[in-house]
Design a protein around this ligand. Structure first.
Ligand code: 2AL
Length: 243
């Protein structure tokens, strides 16, 4: 049995439940998927400030997962918050949803475009495309300007996102679409129907990638930068993080 812990770095529990449904729908019957939100952090992540303050909660969940014998982790927010730090803490693989989706998109086509939430999150999506080596394949990052929590609450959100994906494919002439928020995970099938191109939701892509790496017996490298962090004291609110 493989145990994958899917961490929604925000504290919106309805979104965590939806992320869990999407991840479980693709996981093998022999995989147990646990979905959590950290006990502390922002209710949604749509700024660099939100992202920075989401990271301690994510790391606490990875540390708890290590104590519980979790085999691998998905960081289910498109900014991939805390990904490198989580890999220092975890023995098994840790994959971010932007990372998973961009890798999958470039296996299925020569180019992709990202459809994200607020315009201010586009810079982070571009940063990650550069970091993962996919900037040349990324034709555009388009914002629907719907706040993360409204993706679920606003009945028009699904249609707005789908229409923006259709426009992105026409305008960018891209081969695939990457959904730029975990809150869009259950939009993928509909967007694929409307655009006619592969549409990658990072939650499902990352879940299957983690599952595959674990099945291959592969773990995070502990030789270099992803070795456990040096032991030292942390003060104040971070005193529990002393490694
Ligand atoms: C996200 C995401 O995936 N979760 C969240 O809170 N914010 N991404 C985004 N582009 O807004």
């Amino acid at each position: 049995m493989t145990h994958i812990k899917v961490i929604n770095p925000n504290t919106a529990l309805a979104m965590t439940a939806s992320i869990g449904r999407c991840a479980r729908a693709v996981a093998s019957p022999s995989t147990v998927v646990t979905t959590v939100s950290p006990a502390m952090g922002p209710e949604s992540i749509e700024s660099h400030y939100d992202e920075a303050l989401a990271v301690p909660g994510v790391l606490a969940e990875v540390a708890a997962g290590e104590r519980a014998g979790v085999d691998g982790y998905v960081i289910a927010c498109f900014g991939d918050p805390g990904l490198d730090a989580a890999r220092e803490v975890a023995v098994g693989p840790v994959i971010g949803i932007a990372e998973a989706a961009m890798h999958a998109a470039t296996l299925l086509g020569r180019s992709f475009s990202v459809v994200t939430t607020l315009s201010r999150t586009a810079g982070r999506a571009w940063d990650l495309a550069h970091r993962y080596g996919f900037a040349a394949a990324c034709r555009g990052v388009h914002a629907c300007d719907i706040p993360v929590l409204d993706l679920d609450r606003d009945p028009a959100a699904r249609k707005t996102v789908t229409e923006l994906c259709v426009t992105a494919v026409e305008r960018d002439r891209c081969d695939a679409v990457v959904l730029g928020c975990a809150g869009m995970a259950d939009f993928a099938a509909e967007v694929a129907d409307e655009t006619g191109v592969p549409v990658i939701d990072g939650v499902t892509a990352a879940t299957k990638l983690v599952e595959s790496l674990v099945a291959l017996g592969l773990r995070t490298s502990k030789r270099g930068e992803y070795a456990p962090p040096p032991k030292k004291r942390y003060s104040g609110l971070l005193s529990d993080f002393t490694y």
